[in-house]
Ligand binder design. Structure first.
Ligand SMILES: C[S@@+](CC[C@H](N)C(=O)[O-])C[C@H]1O[C@@H](n2cnc3c(N)ncnc32)[C@H](O)[C@@H]1O
Length: 295
């Protein structure tokens, strides 16, 4: 069986309005609704409804009816996700990635793991984060630097928040470095499901909780925080907007790792966090992307 999503494109304000309209009707039916910025330069957002099983023309029509008042010209598009075999196949071509002591690989490369590797095996590819992107690799490296160097030991970074967890790879990495609790959140329910699977697969379920939440909109943050380490690999603009929330949920003396930032955007992002009383500690560069550690 395959899952699918109906989605339409709009701007940020339209995405918030679309989320409100669709959430009211479809959340109660168990169909998750989410928004995501897909093109930062052109400020294009997608509003998506995820549904199991085969595509359903009645559902598409109900979505169109629900949006008709505010979005009379919305083009409702359909994306169908393959089943698990297809996902495994799509990962076959990916080579293992090393970042610091971490090695991220697919099951087909299990033989390449060396005795002292911190090995993370990812099975599902519907969410971002296989380690191949410069931002994920930069975060893996930075997590190791920050967690190993923390003057108060792992207690100083506990609990950890992985905001925008994607495949869950960074949350799993943090859990491997010490006995910390990790809250892993994502705006996209498909990502949360993939992350939960990967967390279980890497035997990290006792330390890592996966939750669907847009930004800091969930009671989980208050219940689990404040956090000794917040990791957020999203994009420059949302990271700048979230600076006050990140500061509010950070424990005194805590660390923040930010990525998803192009080298040319780093000063703007730093300025937003300096404005919240945080200072720059270190930057790593990978393929035109930067990963920053702030305190
Ligand atoms: C670039 S991926 C990073 C995934 C993973 N952490 C990694 O480093 O490979 C960004 C993730 O953030 C999620 N995301 C984007 N905006 C978000 C928001 N406002 N709140 C929570 N998650 C968000 C996306 O769904 C996506 O899974």
């Amino acid at each position: 069986m395959s899952d699918h999503r109906y989605y339409f494109r709009t701007d940020e304000a339209g995405a918030n309005r679309g989320l409100d309209l669709l959430d009211r009707i479809f959340e109660d039916e168990g169909l998750p609704v989410s928004t995501m910025e897909i093109d930062e330069e052109r400020r294009i957002w997608e509003v998506s409804i995820y549904a199991p099983g085969d595509p359903d023309e009645t559902l598409r029509q109900r979505i169109a009816d629900c949006l008709a008042g505010d979005f009379p010209k919305a083009m409702i598009e359909l994306e169908t996700f393959g089943d698990t075999d297809w996902i495994a196949k799509s990962l076959e071509g990916l080579k293992p990635v090393r970042a610091g002591r971490f090695m991220v690989y697919g099951a087909h490369d299990r033989d390449a793991v060396r005795p002292h590797d911190l090995a993370i095996e990812l099975e599902a590819g519907q969410a971002f984060g296989t380690g191949h992107h410069g931002t994920t690799a930069g975060c893996l490296e930075m997590i190791e630097i920050v967690m190993r160097a923390h003057p108060e030991g792992f207690g100083g970074v506990d609990p950890v928040l992985d905001l925008g967890t994607g495949s869950g790879v960074l949350a799993i990495a943090a859990s491997m470095l010490g006995p910390v609790r990790v809250l892993a959140t994502d705006i996209d329910p498909v990502a949360t499901r993939v992350a939960r699977y990967n967390v279980r697969h890497n035997r990290a379920s006792r330390q890592v909780d996966c939750v669907t939440a847009p930004g800091f909109h969930s009671t989980h943050f208050g219940e689990c925080g404040p956090f000794g380490l917040i990791i957020a690999n999203i994009l420059a603009r949302p990271l700048m907007r979230m600076a006050p929330d990140i500061r509010r949920h950070l424990a005194p003396g805590g660390s923040v790792i930010l990525s998803g930032i192009l080298a040319s955007q780093r000063w703007q992002v730093l300025a937003a966090y300096n404005g919240q009383g945080m200072r720059h500690v270190k930057t790593l560069w990978r393929n035109g992307w930067v990963t920053m550690h702030l305190k």
